[in-house]
Design a protein around this ligand. Sequence first.
Ligand code: NAD
Ligand code: LMR
Length: 329
Amino acid sequence: MTRTPVNVTVTGAAGQIGYALLFRIASGHLLGSDVPVKLRLLEIPQGMKAAEGTAMELDDCAFPLLRGIDIFDDPNQGFEGANVALLVGARPRTKGMERGDLLSANGGIFKPQGKAINDHAADDIKVLVVGNPANTNALIAQAAAPDVPAERFTAMTRLDHNRAISQLAAKTGAAVSDIKRLTIWGNHSATQYPDIFHAEIAGKNAAEVVSDEAWLADTFIPTVAKRGAAIIEARGASSAASAANAAIDHVHTWVNGTAAGDWTSMGIPSDGSYGVPEGIISSFPVTTKDGAYEIVQGLDINEFSRARIDASVQELVEERDAVRELGLI
Ligand SMILES: NC(=O)c1ccc[n+]([C@@H]2O[C@H](COP(=O)([O-])OP(=O)(O)OC[C@H]3O[C@@H](n4cnc5c(N)ncnc54)[C@H](O)[C@@H]3O)[C@@H](O)[C@H]2O)c1
Ligand SMILES: O=C(O)C[C@H](O)C(=O)O
């Protein structure tokens, strides 16, 4: 049977994450090795020529699953019929820019993109926001799309999740594949909280295996939370291939499901679970099945975790209040 191609819109297609992402989408890693895709690349006018160059390279790969590439600088066209949207293009913080300026500049991108998704995307649209500040950009886009179910707007904390697994594997000598049920809570920022108290390493409780609260507080958490800044310092540019890889993981897991006995981390609109105010887009432990996700319920949150979750959530509340003040939501 011939499957109908899935329309995947990627914004910021000519950027460095875009370059690492598009070839993996086209080769079947985003949705599955039997799912044909049509790519819709969205750029600003200055990025169109480079996007055309990337499209030429995509053609040159002769990917069997790639059924078309279109390039746009108009969001209304870029999101037309989109089933999956990866919102990567964003305004980076530049020297001297205050947080309010950054939120305002990104509001100018994510508000019209949210409206274009509302008006033009397919009914089953799923949105992943990668561009920073990812959680609040996702909130801005979601607020501009009242006809789309709010839960379809998600923000990427999968890179943090993958970073935490890798750090834990290095500390304990375990294989990455033996680590399950790790959680990133809160914001994709330096306040995020990577939680190993419910994680398992080859079936044993990870916090008990580590049994070293000083390492947790002074090494593990800051290493994961500040990894993005460390990459920028080392590479002279922000993470790109690992960010693209995490975006692939996020959507693949959302569409194809979490493995039995495991969960993942996604930035999603809070339903009030774990005392996180309803509506803000915060990272939670989630299981996924049949294209939908559910927050893992009933986890005991100890004092160590509670204080750190609350601090990151407080930052998200402040970002929400700031964009509300700016009239962006
Ligand atoms: N959530 C995460 O874990 C995570 C990880 C790494 C990077 N990021 C963020 O991802 C974003 C992109 O990173 P990058 O390294 O690819 O940046 P980049 O500067 O290389 O590329 C960004 C691209 O977006 C385009 N763009 C800007 N405004 C646009 C708009 N309105 N519509 C469409 N395209 C637009 C630019 O022309 C550029 O080509 C940044 O905000 C970065 O901070 C997030
Ligand atoms: O782009 C950044 O500021 C860092 C990025 O979000 C990352 O976590 O690598």
